[in-house]
Design a binder for this molecule. Structure first.
Ligand code: ZN
Length: 160
């Protein structure tokens, strides 16, 4: 059993899409353009699992908290991470985190977002989440349904 809240990642530069998907799944994932391989920053001071595609980094590492990514396909990369760490669907918290800021979103009053979202969105949704850093509003829209479909496939066998 994986304790999801204890799992956090640092992804190197070439793994931006993977990092985004890990955030969508609810994992604290640091990703910074221009930073790669070793010497990655760790702003939260956490013991992050390094995601790397750099053989040099893998071979030199004495730290077992590293997942080496083989695939070029972002979806396949997500699977590699999930499988390497034994993470199951129940261990994830999809859409709990701002994909831009990497911080947890919080529920916000429907009335408070009246002027912040399109009318039809406000009328057809009852729950809204907000990122307290960038103020982006999240709601269960159609793009989320598509994302759910993709997430389901992360935990199924076969190709996406
Ligand atoms: Zn944000």
């Amino acid at each position: 059993m994986v304790i999801t809240k204890d799992i956090c990642f640092t992804a190197e530069t070439t793994l931006g899409k993977l990092a985004k998907w890990l955030r969508i799944l609810g994992f604290d994932t640091v990703y910074q353009a221009g930073v790669s391989g070793d010497g990655l920053p760790d702003p939260a001071g956490k013991n992050r699992i390094l995601l790397t595609r750099t053989k040099r980094v893998r071979d030199r590492s004495t730290d077992h908290k590293l997942v080496f990514i083989n695939s070029n396909d972002p979806y396949e990369q997500v699977r590699e991470v999930l499988q390497a760490l034994g993470i199951g669907a129940a261990d994830t918290r999809p859409f709990s985190r701002c994909t831009r800021c990497n911080i947890l979103t919080r529920q916000v009053d429907k009335d408070a977002v009246r002027s912040r979202v399109p009318d039809y969105v406000w009328e057809t949704n009852s729950t809204f989440q907000i990122c307290s850093r960038c103020r982006r509003i999240y709601w269960p829209g159609s793009h989320i349904q598509r994302s759910y479909d993709i997430i389901k496939q992360f935990f199924e066998t076969g190709n996406i």
